[in-house]
Design a protein around this ligand. Structure first.
Ligand code: FCB
Length: 477
């Protein structure tokens, strides 16, 4: 080792070793990786797949950084065997994948497209052959464009279409897949998709955003009920992105802003799903943009369909400061940011996404769930990870910040379990660098580096660290 390498190694803060962290996890704790169809598959015109809202949106000038699209992505559609082999080498218990609705039902309804179905069938067989348990997400944002053209999630009928699609996928894969996540992050689909317009389909309309949120949760509940009826032995859940919310200061306006933020980012989703209620202050907050006519008798019983687990995605905390609203359209004020902001603090470590790193936020958010909802089912952390400015030097990506991030978040989960929260597993976001939505390919979250020109995969230092953790802990029953 030369002098400069020694200095770098000395300056690097030591992460707790993988072995020590593995000891903090309860026996049987599940460890996996997560990815999502549009972010990795590519092959958007193959196998009878129709366009999704993300194909349309990413091809809209100005929508995605540098005009990038998921047309090729990681070419996982053709390279899935290589990618499953990487997961096997890593040693994960489980892989959280998502099924692209437009591969299964190109029009969003009607008969199943066999070629699309076969892809997922082969993928599931490959996983099982490698000893990896599939955890299938039915909707990770790629709505068939045909359904958007008919009205999208603001339309009640889309919830019914989703429940039909869910059962169709269960009929295809249910002999080999026993665990299902209906939706990934309905907050993003509703608020970013139909409110701020930052995500597909790029609509900016507060009222439609609220209707979309409701119909997403209604579709979730209908799907759980229908799938459970078909297979009572299956395990059913939903994945929500949740934030531990606090006011930045004790000032009354900051505390009021934090309360509004909590309603929009968490309660609008957790109350209907975990308590069968609607947040108390919703109608007051949004009376100018919605009459809530979408909320019908019996809906909240459906949205609160019994769950076997709750998926939680966590990236960063919300610490809220009231700010004057800047959106020129006053109707959007109520959804755009509710007049709030999460400022960065001078001492923050910040990821390539501009997100502050706060591992303890993961402990706080699952403790909040545990204390707020008596009916909380077991929790799975279905996504967590960070974007780094990864560079390949002499064939190596030495992503120590990612190692520290994963390590710290796992230790925070260990503390949550210690405090009595029933957390059963953790899925790293993500295996491969991939298409990071509106940010395109420049935001790398993978344990494996992808050279998008050659499609070459190169495991990073974090891959070896996660591998060591997996090898060190007690394997699940
Ligand atoms: C989440 C998404 C996931 C990924 C991460 C970074 O909101 O569910 O697809 O993009 O953020």
């Amino acid at each position: 080792m030369n002098d400069s390498a020694t200095t770098t190694a000395r300056q690097r803060p030591e992460p707790a070793s993988a072995t020590e962290t593995a000891r903090l996890l309860p026996p049987g704790f599940e460890l996996g990786v997560a990815m999502a169809s549009y972010q990795i598959e590519g092959a958007v015109h193959e196998g009878g797949r129709s366009p999704s809202i993300w194909d349309t949106f990413s091809h809209t000038p100005g929508a995605v950084a540098r005009g990038e699209t998921g047309d090729v992505a990681c070419d996982h559609y053709h390279r899935y065997r290589e990618d499953v082999a990487l997961m096997a080498e890593l040693g994960v218990d489980a892989y959280r994948l998502s099924v692209a609705w437009p591969r299964i039902q190109p029009d969003g309804t009607g008969p199943v497209n066999r070629t699309g179905a076969d892809f997922y069938s082969r993928l599931v067989d490959e996983l099982l052959g490698a000893g990896i348990t599939p955890l299938v997400t039915l909707y990770h944002w790629d709505l068939p464009q045909a359904l958007e053209d008919a009205g999208g999630w603001p339309l009640r009928d889309t919830a019914l279409r989703f429940a039909d699609y869910a059962v169709a996928v269960q009929e295809l894969l249910g002999d080999r897949v026993g665990r299902w996540i209906t939706l990934n992050e309905p907050y993003c689909s509703a608020v970013l998709g139909y409110g701020t317009g930052r995500h597909a389909p790029g609509v900016r309309d507060a009222g439609r955003s609220l209707a979309a949120a409701h119909h997403l949760l209604l579709g979730h509940g209908m799907a759980v009920q229908a799938m459970r009826q078909r297979d009572p032995g299956g395990a059913y859940g939903i994945t929500l992105n949740l934030e531990p919310v606090s006011a930045l200061t004790d000032r009354e306006e900051d505390r009021a802003a934090a309360r509004r933020s909590l309603t929009l980012s968490n309660l609008l989703f957790t109350d209907p799903v975990l308590a069968g209620t609607y947040p108390e202050d919703a109608s007051r907050l949004w009376s100018t943009v919605s009459d809530f006519a979408f909320l019908r008798d019996g809906d909240l019983e459906t949205t609160a369909a019994e769950l076997d687990f709750l998926g939680v995605n966590y990236y960063f905390p919300a610490r809220v400061r009231a700010v004057p609203h800047r959106e020129p359209d006053p109707a959007l004020r109520s959804i755009e940011d509710l007049g709030v902001a999460t400022p960065l603090l001078a001492e923050d470590e910040v990821t390539e996404m501009g997100w502050p790193v706060e591992a303890d936020g993961l402990r706080r958010v699952v403790v909040w769930l545990h204390e707020t909802y008596p009916a909380l089912p077991p929790v799975l952390v279905t996504e967590n990870g960070r974007a780094c400015a990864d560079v390949v030097v002499d064939g190596v990506v030495d992503d120590q910040e990612r190692i520290r991030y994963v390590d710290a978040h796992l230790r925070a989960l260990g503390a949550a379990v210690e405090a009595g929260v029933d957390v059963r597993g953790y899925f790293s976001w993500t295996l491969l660098d991939n298409f990071e939505w509106a940010e395109g390919y420049a935001r790398r979250f993978g344990l494996v580096h992808v050279d998008f020109a050659s499609q070459q995969r190169l495991p990073k230092a974090s891959f070896s660290w996660y591998q060591a953790l997996l090898a060190a802990r007690a394997a699940p029953a």
